[in-house]
Design a binder for this molecule. Structure first.
Ligand SMILES: [Zn+2]
Length: 269
């Protein structure tokens, strides 16, 4: 297949995937909206699901992101949110509240930092518009409760412990852990993606920093689709939804991996 044929084919598959995924998301939110009255849970669980779907859609809309430099950073964020969602769902009322309050607390803390920067006479940038905006944001979310600024982890647990409790240690070990190297710019990522061996054998096998090409890795799209699908499954199970819309993940899987005429595999893993 020529380079341009490959791009056209990928574009077709991405379009088919994103149309189906958008429908899957919309139909769930419609169903949950009709059957569920708790605002906080609806906002938190639905919001996390929206993020998962949005990130998978970003890959589908911009396949140039499917490279070794950007792909793992996005995937690590998706895995992070998947573990969060899995853990919140185990005790959703209490944990949705905690999740939301922690976020508001973080915003409040940021507001305090900006306010003190504004009071510093050496600081010439005018932050008043940002301060107004943040104050309104915090006020509109506060409802009746007091917001305490909490530092540390929002859940009081490490991601590993959350994954363990939510019984998704495989996701932690085989996805969260390796993708973290890209997110934090650790040596094991940099060694592979930002350095090449020197070709002069007399130089003692040292490495040379290099801006390397970014070939497309369609496996990243597949993985993003898998995490979006796993997140949809969590929501379906939580609300007892029976959805009959076509699975975007199944569509993508068959387009990417199957020969013509071959049956689709039912496994999501
Ligand atoms: Zn050298």
């Amino acid at each position: 297949m020529s380079e341009s044929d490959f791009r056209n084919e990928l574009h077709r598959i991405c379009k088919g995937y994103s149309d189906r995924l958008t429908k899957e998301f919309d139909s769930r939110i419609e169903n949950v909206c009709c059957t569920h009255s708790g605002h906080e849970e609806y906002e938190v669980l639905g919001g996390i699901l929206s993020r998962q779907v949005t990130l998978a859609l970003q890959f589908a809309h911009h396949p140039s992101m499917l490279n070794i430099h950007i792909g793992p950073i996005v995937l690590r964020s998706m895995v992070d949110s998947y573990i969060t969602l899995s853990w919140i769902i185990l005790d959703s009322e209490e944990r949705c509240r905690k999740f939301r309050m922690y976020g508001i607390g973080q915003e409040k803390l940021f507001l305090e930092h900006i306010k003190s920067a504004q009071e510093d006479e050496d600081y010439t940038f005018d932050y008043s518009a940002v301060i107004d905006h943040l104050e309104q944001q915090i006020e509109s979310q506060r409802r009746s409760e007091l917001t305490e600024v909490d530092i540390g982890s929002w859940s009081g647990k490490s991601t590993r412990d959350m994954a363990n409790e939510a019984k998704c240690m495989d996701v932690y070990r085989y996805a969260y852990f390796p993708f973290s190297a890209a997110t934090h710019g650790m040596w094991n990522h940099i060694r592979r993606c930002n350095l090449i061996p020197c070709s002069n054998p007399l130089h003692g096998l040292h490495l040379i920093p290099k801006i390397l090409p970014s070939p497309l890795i369609t496996d990243f799209l597949y993985r993003a689709a898998k995490y979006a699908r796993m997140s949809l499954d969590l929501i379906d199970n939580h609300y007892g939804l029976q959805m009959d819309s076509e699975s975007a993940f199944k569509y993508l899987e068959s387009e990417l991996f199957e020969e013509e005429g071959q049956e689709s595999d039912e496994s999501a893993e």
